[in-house]
Design a protein around this ligand. Sequence first.
Ligand SMILES: Cc1ncc(COP(=O)(O)O)c(C=O)c1O
Length: 408
Amino acid sequence: MNPLLGRLQPYPFERLRQLFAGVQPPASRRAISLGIGEPKHPTPPFIGKAFSDAVSSVPSGLAAYPATAGEPALRAALCAWLKRRYALELDPATQVLPVNGSREALFALAQTVVDPGPTPARNGPDAGPLVICPNPFYQIYEGAALLSGAHPYFVAADPARNFAQDWDSVPETVWSRTQLLYVCSPGNPTGAVMPLAEWEKLFRLSDRYGFVIASDECYSEIYFREDPPLGGLEAAAALGRTGYKNLIALTSLSKRSNVPGMRSGFVAGDATLIRQFLLYRTYHGSAMSPVVQSASIAAWADEDHVVANRALYQEKFARVTPMLAEVMDVALPDAGFYLWAHVGGSDTTFARELFALYNVTVLPGSFLARDVGGHNPGAHRIRMALVAESAECEEAAQRIVQFVRSRN
Ligand SMILES: Cc1ncc(COP(=O)(O)O)c(C=O)c1O
């Protein structure tokens, strides 16, 4: 068996199950979950129709093996979207690649990029390659790093600077071993968007030390400020880096178009990396179904449903955030669909008692972060995913307000 599998951490929802084991919430209150970050707004019918049309067309979209590179029409649709969204001109033949959701691509990219070298991770964290991850973070980054033979190195988000990472705190000895760095902007769970000055700093470091930047942008279309979030490729282009050297951005339909079950996204950026990634993916066998490709073309080509979806989130967050701000330290994020609130005491006790008394599920922040030097940047925080419809989220907020008041 691959010994690196033994290094994987239990997923946050597994830890939540353990935390709630044996707890019996009141049956009189219906269960409301703000735990899982799964979109719950309805899938636009035209996407489902494009999907079923592709199944039933003649010959059916299921009748042939798909190419890993995707159909030219899909690649053209991805480039057209990048042009509309970021005013970028990418080459559909060399600078984009469809993926089966950004999660698998975030994982596979580490397997493509990392050279485990003669001292792979199983020999301990003091030697070998490093993968830099934000902290708190999306747990796939850590698993991807470990299974690629690297060690994760966590850089904490600073609440005093809108949850920006303190890149200056990373020592030279770490940068010199770094092969890959994950950016999550807009961030899960913080909702923070990384500004241009931070990108500039990272590009300089990437040039100096040669690491690849993977920019996870799956929440880019759900935002609460006037300007849409800055993308990694957009930042690179603004700084004159038109070849996107050592940069890959990952974008997804899951949240943008409410199709998490379709498994559709794409990567874009450095053509050299894309070529190697395509090679890896050809062997890994991760081509996108032609049926999903057809539905994806329809989804990327339409912005009306995205505007409507964003408006639903904006309305919901405008109602719920001020309610919760009465009893806890929480603010409207830049983007994403989470509230990342400071609750004072233990986040795990808070989540367990809230579930036990009010049948509302939230995720303890410490489950989304790692202890570094005795400090867990998720401790005393909870993540609330406002994915359910507005009335349900408001009811959850009312119960949370009652719960916090009853504890004081
Ligand atoms: C930060 C982050 N990245 C990536 C993903 C994966 O999204 P998908 O694989 O559906 O594109 C998620 C899903 O919740 C996420 O929160």
